[in-house]
Ligand binder design. Structure first.
Ligand code: DAV
Length: 371
């Protein structure tokens, strides 16, 4: 059968997936410290003080798993597109700042937000990730040509001067207790100087968008999204159990209408649960991760275990070593597709991070009529 032309359309995280972007690990770098990043790297981390290109053998292993994931999806009839990596090991800059390397293009979820027929390039909140959208331009250009209804947009590029970050966050001497207190007080690394958001802080659930306010998305970024997607209802979520709230998708994961997985170490405050309960949604604690530690040179936590990709409301891709998470989803009645992916974790996350929707069947529905 001849490949059908592109359709851009996706309103939620669970409708039947037909077309998706899967990232690549090529040339990925560990960027030098920058204001947005320093607090995410704990003092004892093996990443402290390291920067530059990642070892080639780790890149090859990650790409092997990314290619395998892409082929698992393709075999299920899902069309897969891949970004085009650029040379990440080069100095980039704007009139306001420069930085010695970029990051990579493994997690498209962070960069591109698909809602309906629109693909929106996020502002991003790390200097090293400022130009990452360039890797997606070849496919966005193609989608724009092939789908006459596709809306291609880009949020205002942020200045990311020092005014966009709190400088007291930089210190190595801050205790974890202090960090919990700041997060509880909604005092994050990013300031309210300008709108900032990473696309991976947004959960798309039809008419409602649930957005984490944290390190990578500020209130102005959420306000920008609210005005931009003015037909949607915007809900701001906080997860005070996370000392480094960076992206929502290892914290709060919709599985299908009526059921959310919540990280038991980062529970949604009772007050913010109301909208779910008022609409007969269940919030279930995610199973514990199978590992005590993330793999070497990884930014993310062990909770990538719950960073799953729904390929339809009954079928879920789960990392294949995450036995407890697979078992829980199996018991909840889902068909579980195990996907080996741990070698790709250090490059920016798990199965949800490593993908961005292009097309899911289905329409924009109202799953929360009782507001
Ligand atoms: O738990 O470290 C990872 C999310 C990556 N997109 C965490 C969050």
């Amino acid at each position: 059968m001849k490949n059908k032309k592109t359709i851009v359309n996706s309103w939620n995280e669970w409708d039947p997936l037909k077309h998706v972007i899967v990232g690549r690990a090529d040339g990925c770098c560990i960027p030098p410290a920058e204001p947005a990043m320093a607090p995410k790297i704990p003092e004892e981390s093996d990443m402290k003080g390291k920067f530059g290109p990642r070892p080639q053998d780790t890149i090859d292993k990650a790409n092997f798993q990314l290619d395998n994931f892409a082929s698992i999806l393709t075999k299920r009839g899902i069309k897969v597109d891949r970004p085009k990596p650029i040379n990440f090991n080069q100095k980039i800059g704007t009139p306001d700042w420069d930085i010695d390397t970029m990051f990579g293009c493994m997690p498209p979820r962070d960069v591109i937000l698909t809602l309906g027929s629109e693909m929106l390039e996020a502002t991003m909140s790390f200097r090293s990730r400022w130009f990452e959208y360039l890797c997606y331009r070849p496919i966005l250009e193609k989608f724009f040509e092939e789908d006459p209804k596709m809306i291609w947009s880009s949020a205002p590029k942020p200045r990311l001067t020092d005014e966009s970050y709190r400088d007291n966050y930089l210190s190595d001497n801050i205790t974890l207790d202090q960090r919990y207190e700041w997060v509880r007080d909604k005092k994050f690394i990013t300031t309210e100087k300008e709108p900032l958001f990473d696309a991976a802080d947004v959960l798309r659930m039809g008419k409602d968008l649930f957005i984490q306010h944290g390190f990578t998305t500020n209130l102005k970024g959420i306000e920008w999204i609210k005005r931009h997607f003015s037909n949607h209802r915007i809900h701001i979520l906080n997860f005070p159990g996370d000392p480094f709230p960076t992206h929502i998708d290892a914290t709060f994961t919709p599985l299908k209408p009526g059921i959310m997985l919540n990280n038991p170490e980062r529970r949604l405050p009772e007050e913010q649960k109301k909208i779910f309960y008022n609409n007969d949604w269940k919030i279930v604690d995610a199973a514990k991760p199978a590992h005590n530690q993330p793999p070497p040179l990884c930014y993310s936590s062990v909770w990538l275990s719950m960073n799953v990709l729904m390929i339809d409301p009954n079928t879920v891709c789960v990392e294949s070593s995450e036995v407890y998470q697979m078992d829980q989803l199996d018991k909840l009645g889902f068909e579980v597709v195990p996907v080996p992916f741990r070698d790709a974790y250090p490059f920016g996350g798990a199965l949800h991070c490593a993908t961005t929707d292009v097309y899911r069947e289905g329409k924009c529905e109202d799953y929360f009529p009782n507001q």
